[in-house]
Design a protein around this ligand. Structure first.
Ligand SMILES: [Zn+2]
Length: 194
């Protein structure tokens, strides 16, 4: 009988060690631990998970930004559709500073994402009807879901393709490619007269 219990206690010790390793990992890359185990069950049970992600952690966005400081608020909530299908509602809010395509200066952009994703098991075949249904957004999921990756994906979809200032106004850079604006010339002329 005693021997039967030993493997159990050994297992417990290993589990504890694994937990410590996880804590160490948590300190290094806290965002990498934001994973949802069994996302389909998460949705069916109507669970909710929310938090913040630092922009510096969302590396796929970095080339598009002038500044990677700050953080974004995210929230994932499980829902059930009319046919009982598992849904995830993802909201992301916060500000980003996009790089202007013309002058490379910062273009402030307010994120206000509200996406409803229908979870399907990874590798599941979708019917033609489902594939053509624009009102549904399918998200194939495996045994777990990386929250940072999902948030990053949805942000990339929400950003403007070519962010630009309405009028680029960097000091010393003229909008029209360096030609002197007639009014600027006039101002200079007036200055001489005075
Ligand atoms: Zn600009």
């Amino acid at each position: 009988m005693y021997d039967l219990y030993r493997p159990g206690s050994k297992h417990f010790a290993l589990t504890w060690q694994a937990k410590n390793n996880n804590i160490a990992r948590f300190c290094r890359h806290s965002y990498r631990l934001k994973r949802i185990n069994n996302p389909i069950a998460f949705a069916r049970d109507l669970r909710v998970l929310a938090g913040q992600l630092e922009v510096v952690q969302l590396e796929r966005l970095h080339d598009l930004l002038t500044d990677v400081s700050g953080a974004l608020d995210w929230r994932l909530a499980g829902e059930r559709g009319r046919r009982g299908e598992p849904l995830l509602r993802l909201t992301v809010e916060g500000g980003l500073l996009l790089a202007c395509q013309r002058c490379l200066g910062a273009v402030p952009f307010d994120l206000d994402i509200d996406s409803l994703l229908e979870l399907v098991p990874a590798g599941a075949e979708l019917s033609q009807e489902e594939l053509e249904d624009d009102s549904r957004d399918f998200l194939p999921v495996a045994h777990d879901l990386d929250v940072a990756e999902l948030v990053e994906d949805e942000i990339l979809l929400a950003l403007p393709v070519a962010p630009r200032h309405e009028k680029c106004g960097l000091p010393g850079v003229a909008d029209d490619g360096g030609r002197i604006h007639p009014f600027a010339a006039l101002a200079g002329f007036k200055g001489k007269l005075n």
